[in-house]
Ligand binder design. Sequence first.
Ligand SMILES: [Zn+2]
Length: 350
Amino acid sequence: MYGPSTIAARRIFKRAIIQGGLEAVSLMSKAGIMPGARGMGAIFTLHHVRPATTKEFDPTAHLTITPEFLDASITKLKADGHIPVALEDLPEFLANPNQAGPAMVFTLDDGYRDNDMHARPVFEKHGVPYTVFISGGFVDRTHSIWWETAEQLINQVDEFTFDYGRGDVSLPTRTLVEKYAAFDRLHKTFTCAEQESIASELDAKARAAGICPTGIVDREVMDENELRQLATRPLARLGAHTIGHLNLAHLTSEQMRSEIIRSSERVAEITGEMPRTLAYPYGDRCAAGPREYQAAEELGFKLAVTTNPGVLHRKDLRRQFALHRISLNGYYQKRRYVGALASGIPFALI
Ligand SMILES: [Zn+2]
């Protein structure tokens, strides 16, 4: 059992290690000693894109980058020879041996309203295509976003009581360190788990504290009309991201397929055509595996993306339903890190 300050120290330590890796690779690249590891490019994952805030308790800061950082990243990638490619055109790109440079592919998960407000103008300025993955339950305000609910709830209360699996546990959440510890414990509970019952317990606790979980979704996520507008933009594509944003690997096969099929149909109602791309919610190895990859293929997608980190290679043509992505992470918003991330090397270092 670790105390709140140990958990906080681990958070800081992990960030320092990754930052160190990025600095090292950025220096190696500057010195011209970077091995040719960038492969055929990278698919980048973004979530929120919005101006920097000065929130004290910000447990999901890694999910937010600023429009200025996005702008600087694209400028840097272009200068390094990366070519903008739409996600759904990636298989043709990878199959062509005569490409002038590696690809840069942009994806944004969850359909946040700031994507249209702050990211779209940057993509349009640079002529860069992008795919927004939307969850039907967020679009229709029938499902909450647990990490947004948890942030607001834990920020507000001085004590957080939750059943993490073995009965109610009360944690003090007065100080910032205690708040981060409670959030991290909840995060751990949601990771690699059947999430529906945990999410409804969290929603009930939030409501009891006067917070409306679907009200948060309404504030943060684009609704059907906004998505319809966005889909008419020439560089924008919408992709499927299920209905309930649940860990698919922990659902029955029928539930998992239904989550995917219904989300495709929901996208088609908005855009007029079935989406060709799918992003598995959470997307790591305990949220999507061979069963989900096979379902994506059988359900008619052209490709699907995970959040397993890595750059693109020609061999990805043989694993089109388990493509790797690289997160543009809010903790590392420095222009020089983007080239390092796109090189794929930091993943070997951490
Ligand atoms: Zn997501």
